[in-house]
Write a protein that binds this ligand. Structure first.
Ligand code: PLP
Length: 398
């Protein structure tokens, strides 16, 4: 008899974006003459920048020659990429990390989802609500107890501390889906909370590159003491259009320690290394060369132009919706615009109105958690033409 992990029965069948895709497919099948514009799933639309494409070609050619071809990559990533990460993402911000504190991966989804492998199922988890669904679902999959921390206009999207001391806290800033950020002072309070309660912060900084205002941290390690309490996740997906190439990295500082139930102290860095070397066989060489190229002067200039392009879309969406009286949040330091649904519609009601009446797709806020009910997320990752057209269509409704 095959016995399943019954926790899977508690998470429901439909991953949010699968349900959105299903409804859109049904609509298209019944209305083949209509053009649907999607500002829904947070996927990028602009081509990979030339510096990265050149690196991909060059690395591919190396694979064609016995003298330069590469097989399995190191589990933690190639040193050429780790050195580029350290120099550009941390040293320049006054953060000192060592090479063996960086773990290159195939993206932040795997790492935010897999990090729980090295943590006991007994941990009490705090997760901001709404949130990227991976945090809640992966904890439910192993039966961990979760407290949700509502982030709403009433608390200016700044989560309060959990009612019960949390062992592990998920924070994602700039935030998906609300597009909001924490200031350095606000994040410092969370680091202090974690230091005082011996908690671990899992800090998802997948959207760090979109921070445009001063005083907003790009990394949690900008905060004093964070190396003792935080793991940080980074992704090349939105920073450099790698959603289809797949690369990210996770920082696990060596100062981070945790305990066994008998009180034995262990290093999370050593445990994550052990986990990765057992379950992960490295990110492809050509992809790591592509990621390295993101950090060259041309790569930086080119990805900045693409990020600016998306942030101009964000401005168009935000101002276009505000013009018709909708209340919006985010969209300044993040590529997401979080909108209060009009006339107190539920998130899915608004989804259906937009799809059926003007053929625009967004993501229902309730799919990100109970506190997202009555909100709707638009992404700035469309192309300019579609973004302008989508805003025009929504404006025609109101
Ligand atoms: N973390 C957040 C908050 C995200 O929104 C996403 C993707 O949408 C990811 C992680 C996953 O990124 P990756 O493509 O690197 O797996």
């Amino acid at each position: 008899m095959i016995k399943i992990n019954e926790h899977y029965t508690e998470i429901g069948n439909n991953y949010l974006f699968a349900e959105v895709a299903r409804r859109v497919q049904d609509y298209k099948a019944n209305h083949p003459d209509k053009t649907v514009i999607s500002l829904g799933i947070g996927d990028v639309t602009q081509p990979i920048v030339p510096a990265v494409i050149d690196a991909l070609h060059k690395a591919s050619d190396e694979m064609a020659d016995a003298k330069t071809m590469r097989g399995y990559a190191p589990y933690e990533g190639y040193d050429f990429l780790i050195q580029a990460i350290l120099k550009h993402d941390f040293t320049g911000r006054g953060i000192h990390l060592e090479a063996d504190e960086i773990f290159v991966s195939d993206g932040a989804k795997s790492d935010t989802g897999n990090i729980g492998d090295i943590l006991s199922h007994d941990n009490y988890i705090a997760i901001t609500d709404p949130a990227y669904p991976v945090y809640v679902d992966t904890n439910k999959m192993v039966g961990r107890e979760i407290e949700l921390l509502p982030c709403t206009p009433e608390n200016h999207f700044v989560p309060s501390f959990p009612k019960r001391p949390a062992d592990i806290i998920y924070l994602c800033y700039p935030n998906n889906p609300t597009g909001t950020v924490l200031t350095k002072e606000q994040l410092t309070k969370w680091v202090d909370y974690a230091l005082n309660h011996h908690s671990l912060i899992l800090f998802d900084a997948a959207y760090e590159a979109f921070v445009s205002q001063p005083g907003i941290p790009h990394s949690i390690y900008e905060i004093e003491g964070a190396k003792k309490v935080a793991i940080e996740f980074r992704s090349f997906s939105k920073t450099a259009g790698f959603t289809g190439l797949r690369a990210g990295y996770t920082v696990v500082p060596k100062e981070l320690i945790a305990q066994t139930s008998k009180g034995e102290v262990l290093s999370l860095n050593a445990m994550w290394k052990r986990r990765q070397s057992t379950k992960f066989n490295g990110t492809a060489y050509i992809i790591q060369r592509a990621a390295e190229a993101v950090y060259t002067p041309e790569g930086q200039k080119q990805i900045r132009e693409v990020i600016d392009y998306y942030m101009e879309n964000a401005k168009i969406i935000k101002s276009g919706l505000e013009k018709i009286g909708l209340t919006t949040y985010g969209g300044v330091n993040a590529p997401y615009i979080w909108v209060k649904t009009p006339q107190n519609q539920t998130s899915w009601e608004f989804f259906d109105v937009l799809l059926n009446q003007v053929q625009v797709v967004g993501t229902p806020g309730s799919g990100f958690g109970a506190s997202g009910e009555g909100f709707f997320r638009f992404t700035a990752f469309g192309n300019r033409e579609n973004t302008l057209e989508a805003v025009k269509r929504i404006q025609s409704l109101y």
